[in-house]
Design a protein around this ligand. Structure first.
Ligand SMILES: Nc1nc2c(ncn2[C@@H]2O[C@H](COP(=O)(O)OP(=O)(O)O)[C@@H](O)[C@H]2O)c(=O)[nH]1
Ligand SMILES: [Mg+2]
Length: 394
């Protein structure tokens, strides 16, 4: 039989834990096809919640206690609890569950059915049909919860999930193994752990299903959710977005290319200051300076692309020379493409002076359009050549 472990992180939940465990046991007795367990993760609560659990664990063999000496926040407690459940207790799935009766235990069979039906990750959702938040929540609390979820969905550009922040969840071992190495870091230790964990699972392509439930406010004890949660959540989701952009190959390619232009212009300026002293040069100083500055930019682009844009396909040291020559050829290809398109535009087709499109403040003539078009195709060629000839997928 497959095993499910309901993990309950607790901090000063002495009274709640006394009531919620029997409530869970009652539901467990109706579940026939899963071996159901409870694991309380207590951070040595000042109210000695762990003592109550220790007593329960003596009498009920499906109740377990993991006691941490240090308070590690919600994420810290869950990561430790998950490690214990999946490795020591040999769980197939775990639940995330609050001690405070906010999460309706009667919904557990529905979560299990969703897992049996092939879901990897089940969310107890307040924002789908059948779910809800307490009617007596004040406006600002409702607003925060609803709008907060909308902001998260928008920034993460994923509208298929309706309740990103829910703490009522079922997670399979596959999801845990794929995701926990990615988030084992300080900044996820608080409540942002929930969003971070879910976001990583979604991006790994795991199947997420939402089950509706009505969130109930706690009546005993205090919420540990503080104001810093809002700030951390916003910071976290925007950081994910910024990371996405920075990690995007096309962005890196464009950035390196732009930097290459700066390198080229800077080198050109410096060389033109220096070169007049080399009187013996055959070519005009300007041509020499231009060619040298282009080559400097090509070398800088090559190095940065190798170390950054294509870091995942970094060249072996014995490949570098050959690939650098190929890189030069590709760059030359791009210049030739641009020359051909410009020449066609200006001379062969002869559209240069045919018409001028005035755009607010300045005019774009068709020659310029061809130049822009040439640059675009040249860049496309570069990106293509880098991907398929120079930094080939291994
Ligand atoms: N072990 C542990 N549990 C925590 C910590 N912070 C919160 N919890 C528990 O996590 C659950 C959810 O916290 P709660 O304060 O109810 O958050 P809220 O429901 O979002 O207001 C409760 O069972 C808390 O006791 C922590 O730092 N360590
Ligand atoms: Mg709560």
């Amino acid at each position: 039989m497959k095993k499910a472990v309901v993990i309950i992180p607790t901090y000063n939940e002495r009274e709640n834990i006394q009531k919620i465990v029997p409530a869970l046991q009652k539901v467990f007795s109706t579940v026939k096809n899963w071996d159901m367990h409870v694991l309380v993760v207590d951070d040595t609560s000042p109210d000695k919640t762990y003592e109550v659990v220790k007593e329960m664990a003596k009498k009920e063999k499906n109740v377990h206690l993991l006691q941490n000496k240090q308070k590690a926040g919600l994420g810290g407690a869950y990561l430790k609890g998950m490690a214990e459940a999946f490795t020591k207790l040999d769980a197939d799935i775990i639940f995330e569950f609050d001690a405070d009766f906010s999460h309706d235990p009667d919904k557990i069979p529905e979560f299990l059915a969703a897992i049996d039906g092939g879901a990897d990750f089940v969310l107890g959702s307040r924002y789908i049909k059948g779910g809800g938040i307490p009617a007596d929540w004040g406006f600002h609390r409702k607003f925060l919860s609803v709008v907060g979820n909308m902001i998260i969905a928008t920034v993460l550009t994923n509208f298929s999930i309706r309740d990103w922040t829910t703490g009522y969840r079922a997670i399979t071992k596959d999801v845990y193994e794929a995701v926990h190495p990615l988030i084992n870091s300080e900044r996820f230790m608080g409540y942002t752990f929930q969003i971070g964990f879910l976001n990583n699972a979604v991006r790994k392509g795991f199947k997420v299903k939402e089950v509706p439930f009505k969130f109930v406010d706690r009546t005993i004890g205090e919420s540990k959710l503080g104001a810093e949660y809002i700030k951390n959540t916003l910071l976290y989701i925007f950081k994910i977005r910024v990371d996405d952009v920075l990690n995007n190959r096309i962005f890196k390619f464009a950035f390196v290319g732009g930097l290459g232009t700066v390198v080229q212009l800077t080198t050109l300026t410096l060389l033109r200051l220096v070169i007049p002293t080399f009187k013996y040069l055959i070519f005009s100083n300007f041509l020499v300076a231009t060619l040298l500055s282009i080559e400097t930019a090509i070398a800088s682009n090559f190095i940065l692309n190798n170390l950054w844009t294509f870091a995942d396909r970094k060249l072996e040291s014995n490949q570098v020379l050959g690939k650098f020559l190929a890189f030069n050829a590709a760059s030359l290809g791009s210049v030739i493409i641009q020359l051909i398109i410009n020449t066609l535009g200006e001379n062969v087709i002869g559209l240069h002076d045919l018409f001028v499109v005035p755009v607010v403040g300045f005019a774009i003539d068709t020659g310029m359009l061809f130049a822009i078009c040439g640059i675009g195709i040249g860049l496309f060629w570069n990106f293509f050549a880098y991907n398929f000839f120079i930094w080939k997928k291994k």
